[in-house]
Design a protein around this ligand. Structure first.
Ligand SMILES: [Zn+2]
Length: 588
């Protein structure tokens, strides 16, 4: 069997140089075409790494250097002339590469790291690590796999590294790297919460579709990006340095961990049919990201509360904040929720972002949509059934399996919803997903017995710089940087009516030099002063001018609260799920 060999040398990873050597079986005497991945499933866009490849050299198995040309109409494609006497092309480069039409060829990967580093990945080890003769580095080899699984299996590695079992069966493993010595400990309390996360996800989503699952977490003091990427039997995520050790920080970030774990069911095992990557070059159809990301976003908070990763109070506060965020996405007037996924790959310029609706609304609006669905099912069945019945059947599929892919269509979603609670789900989704809507979908919040509204003063947790910035956005409708430059202007809001626009800068507030605090206090002061508009001095390039904004509503902070006399369905949704999944069949 012909196998592709990939050797990755991470010994210079700290310098952002990843050296890779790939041996590619080819036919002699032909033009071989190698393509780097273009469409990345987890990013939902054409964001492949071709621009990050450096030092690329091709040679034959006899050592002959081979010339390459780039396809002038496809920058991700390299063409190489293979000589008569060659059956292998060796590509050496810095960064990562993969190929079209290699789904059936086995790939054997190896990675070299400094010998003191820990390494974790969902890929299976092949033998024990081999240490170099000088003891400086070690090389780990992995069992041959296919290109999809290789692309879906990141490696977590680092000097400060620890590994913890999450569940007693050893199937769920937490691996942690940190950039500051002394922070690799994870409290028992956190491990118990993660163990409950596993149990509660099984309870809501049914049987698992992996053999083992790796939580790959990088904790950092130095970089500010906290986020994650899903994979079938692992996920990679970055959290603040104390993200696992400080319960109040975990309260903020636990939902990210839950979100990426849920994706093993919703996004990996079951994917929209158009979102299954065939070759990393064919565009992905994002039109059902309101399920893939929207449903995962709905459950990330619920399962976090059920497993103790997040407090109910943080859940309600976050729901209010995200609802306000959707309230500010004025592009819903012309662009449907579905289209925010279909067009997910469009450039994400921040200028007039709310009006062009390029902020991936399928995440937050997905929360409101699925809360609407969940409360409707509960209401129609007198509380006997819930969205959990849909997710358990749809994503569990009745039995544990290994990492397989079962695609679905919109018809499948409607049919499964109808089995849980009969309704005209086509009409429901046509109105709330497929067509534009002038209104924020508050139906789920209200049916759950709650009310969404804005208050004039911050509640606990909102009296921060970020909370104030959001309150400015929710009042006069501008997102403004610390230097006064406008990043976005809310279409139809008071600032838009005063003809403000992105890239203009506020330089003075009522005659005083601009600061974010000055702007906020001016908005507050005009609440009492109904006769005088706010006065801002604006600048764009060499022009300066005064604007008057006739707004007296004060800063606005989003809240949700339970309505007296209404059944508190939200608390029922957040209650721990006791039903155990019915696990049948083999466990692989
Ligand atoms: Zn996601």
């Amino acid at each position: 069997m012909r196998v592709i060999h990939i050797a990755v040398d991470l010994t210079e990873a700290s310098r952002c140089l990843i050296h890779a050597t790939v041996q590619l079986p080819v036919n002699p005497d032909c033009v071989a075409i190698f393509t780097t991945p273009v469409w990345i499933q987890e990013i939902h866009s054409a964001s492949g790494p071709v621009a990050g490849i450096a030092g690329l050299r091709f040679s034959s198995n006899s050592g002959e250097s081979l010339r390459w040309r780039r396809n002038p109409l496809n920058a991700s494609e390299y063409h190489v002339d293979v000589p008569e006497n060659a059956d292998t092309v060796i590509a050496a480069f810095d960064a990562i590469i993969t190929w079209k039409d290699v789904a059936k060829i086995a790939i054997q990967a190896s990675v070299t790291v400094p010998s003191t580093w820990g390494v974790a990945t969902a890929l299976e080890n092949l033998g024990t690590p081999v240490t170099s003769s000088d003891g400086e580095t070690k090389t780990l080899r992995y069992r041959p796999t296919n290109v999809q699984r290789l692309e879906d299996s990141p490696i977590l590695t680092g000097r400060h590294f620890r590994r913890f079992p999450i569940t007693a069966d050893g199937r769920h493993i937490l691996c942690v790297t940190v950039d500051t010595a002394g922070y690799t400990d994870v409290p028992q309390e956190t491990l118990e919460k993660l163990s409950r996360l596993v149990a509660q996800t099984w309870a809501a989503f049914g049987p698992r579709h992996y053999d083992s699952f790796f939580f790959l977490l990088a904790l950092s003091k130095h970089h500010g990006f906290f986020g994650g990427f899903e994979h079938h039997d692992s996920f990679e995520a970055s959290l603040p340095l104390n993200g696992l050790s400080d319960a109040s920080v975990l309260d903020q970030y636990g939902a990210l961990v839950a979100h990426e774990f849920i994706h093993s069911w919703c996004g990996k095992f079951r994917r929209p049919a158009g979102h299954v990557p065939r070759d990393f070059a064919t565009p992905l159809d994002g039109s059902m990201l309101w399920v893939y990301e929207g449903l995962s976003s709905y459950y990330e908070g619920i399962i976090s509360v059920r497993s103790g990763l997040m407090s109910p109070r943080t859940y309600r506060k976050t729901l209010a904040r995200k609802t306000a965020w959707i309230d500010g996405q004025t592009g819903r007037l012309w662009r449907s929720l579905e289209d925010t996924g279909t067009g997910a790959s469009l450039s994400r310029s921040r200028s007039w972002a709310n009006w062009s609706r390029i902020n991936q609304d399928y995440y937050y609006e997905g929360i409101l949509l699925w809360l609407d669905v969940d409360t409707l099912i509960r209401t129609k069945t007198d509380g006997k059934r819930s969205l959990d019945d849909f997710t358990r059947a749809f994503f569990g599929q009745g039995k544990d399996t290994g990492p397989e892919v079962v695609p679905y269509t919109l018809e499948d979603i409607v049919a499964s919803l109808n089995k849980v609670a009969a309704d005209d789900w086509w009409a429901f989704l046509d109105k709330k997903v497929l067509g534009p809507s002038p209104y924020v979908n508050l139906t789920g919040i209200e049916r759950a017995g709650y009310r969404f509204f804005y208050t004039k003063g911050p509640v606990i947790g909102q009296d921060t710089d970020a909370g104030t910035r959001e309150a400015v956005w929710n009042s006069i409708g501008i997102k403004v940087g610390d230097n006064g430059e406008l990043e976005d202007v809310r279409r139809g809001g008071p600032a838009d009516n005063a003809k403000l626009a992105p890239r203009q800068s506020v330089i003075r507030v009522a005659g005083s030099p601009f600061t974010p605090e000055e702007l906020a206090s001016e908005i507050v002061s005009k609440r009492q002063d109904l006769d005088t508009p706010m006065r801002l001095t604006m600048r764009q390039e060499d022009d300066e001018w005064e604007v008057a904004i006739d707004y007296h509503g004060g800063l606005r902070y989003p809240q949700i609260e339970h309505q007296e006399g209404m059944t508190d369905m939200l608390s029922a949704i957040l209650a721990t799920e006791r039903a155990q999944p019915t696990v049948q069949g083999s466990s692989r």
